[in-house]
Design a protein around this ligand. Structure first.
Ligand SMILES: *Cc1c(COP(=O)(O)O)cnc(C)c1O
Length: 361
């Protein structure tokens, strides 16, 4: 298809600088949004059209819009960082573009040209450059696509909207890293073979919220899901992948299939293997996890994803009890891998893997 060009319709009354500074002082995660958004429409028979960089504002939606009834929606998440020498760096956005299309395929949605996806992201970073925090924070980009057609019959929709919004976010761990506590859900599962576990779709999150609430109610930060067939194997967290570090410098992470193929997960596997760890994608059971934590064979466990990057797991709770991992603090591998990965992302460590995409200021 021909290269799509974006019409620029600047915001008529962008947030004044002093108000923006106040909003960015403590943005948290996903509460403060920058002034603009990118939208592109798709219609059956026409394809992608009407690409705009414009003021962020509510959508006009028909109450019968298919997404509101049948959840035909997918999304992505990535971060832009201010580079030490000026300009911005995005961490592996081409991988997000590729995964977005994998999710689209699974949800019977149209293909989004990788070039259009990347151009939309560049445009938003450029127009809202003032919203990219310096220091510890970053600018989180949320590309998503949903079925906008007004139709209650059950079939893939004939109209979609692709949109990118962005928000300044603070450091995930304020005042230094601390390990998280996780809750292992033995009642609810998130994905079965043949289902949508590998797609980044809103529906997966909708069905995981009751387990997340159970985790919160039990004083935990996150939920860990077991496989849906045997309720035996560790899958992943609600929105993060998981790694186990053993006393013989081997590292285990669950294999792909029903889990989300995390870009952080894949990057960690490369970094760990190049650092001399033996990395294996192997099923790991909840029973084994408990036994290895108790015997001391398991030294560390951590969760990883775009938002937190790498979060050490200090304690595990479940219906029948709880156990600690290592000394409940961040271990050596967790600390080292996190320093290397965040260094590459922020431009303070050499990007020998060619992972960063630059956007000019
Ligand atoms: C997005 C996501 C992850 C992490 O993927 P990254 O590409 O590393 O951000 C892990 N699990 C689920 C369910 C996710 O939606």
């Amino acid at each position: 298809m021909a290269k799509i060009s974006f019409e620029k319709v600047p915001h008529k009354s962008p947030t004044p600088a002093d108000k923006r500074t106040a909003l960015m002082a403590d943005p948290g995660f996903g509460r403060v949004f920058s002034d603009h958004m990118v939208t592109v429409q798709w219609t059956q028979g026409v394809g992608w059209h009407d690409a705009k960089v414009r003021a962020r504002e509510p959508f006009q939606m028909d109450p019968a819009a298919a997404v509101l009834h049948y959840a035909q929606e997918i999304f992505e998440g990535m971060k832009a960082y201010r580079k030490p020498g000026g300009g911005f760096g995005l961490f592996r956005p081409d991988e997000n573009a590729r995964r977005f299309n994998e999710s689209a395929k699974r949800m019977a949605m149209p293909d989004v040209p990788e070039e259009m996806f990347l151009e939309a992201i560049d445009q938003l970073v450029k127009v809202d450059a003032d919203w990219v925090p310096s220091g510890e924070g970053s600018y989180y980009l949320r590309p998503f696509m949903f079925a906008s057609e007004a139709f209650l019959g059950v079939r893939p929709a004939n109209e979609y909207i692709f949109c990118v919004i962005g928000c300044p976010v603070g450091a995930y761990f304020k005042g230094g890293f601390k390990t998280v506590q996780v809750w292992v859900s033995e009642e609810y599962t998130r994905a079965a073979p043949g289902g949508t576990g590998a797609a980044k779709c809103g529906g997966n999150y909708a069905s995981s919220l009751v387990a997340t609430k159970e985790a919160f109610d039990n004083g935990c930060d996150q939920v860990v899901f077991l496989d849906a067939v045997e309720r035996k194997w560790i899958d992943e967290l609600g929105g993060m992948n998981i790694f186990f570090v053993m006393d013989d410098r081997s590292i285990i992470t669950p294999p792909l299939n029903t889990i989300l193929p995390g870009i952080t997960r894949e990057s960690v596997m490369k970094l760990a293997s190049d650092a001399g760890y033996k990395v294996a994608e192997t099923p790991y059971s909840f029973d084994q996890w408990q036994a290895d934590a108790r015997s001391g064979k398991l030294r560390e466990a951590f969760a990883c994803g775009t938002a937190a990057v790498i979060a050490g797991i200090g304690k595990v709770k479940y219906r029948g009890g709880e156990f600690a991992i290592g000394n409940s603090g961040d271990g050596e591998a967790t600390t080292k891998l996190r320093a290397q990965l965040t260094g590459i992302q922020r431009g303070t460590v050499d990007d020998t893997y060619g992972w960063m995409r630059s956007v000019a200021a």
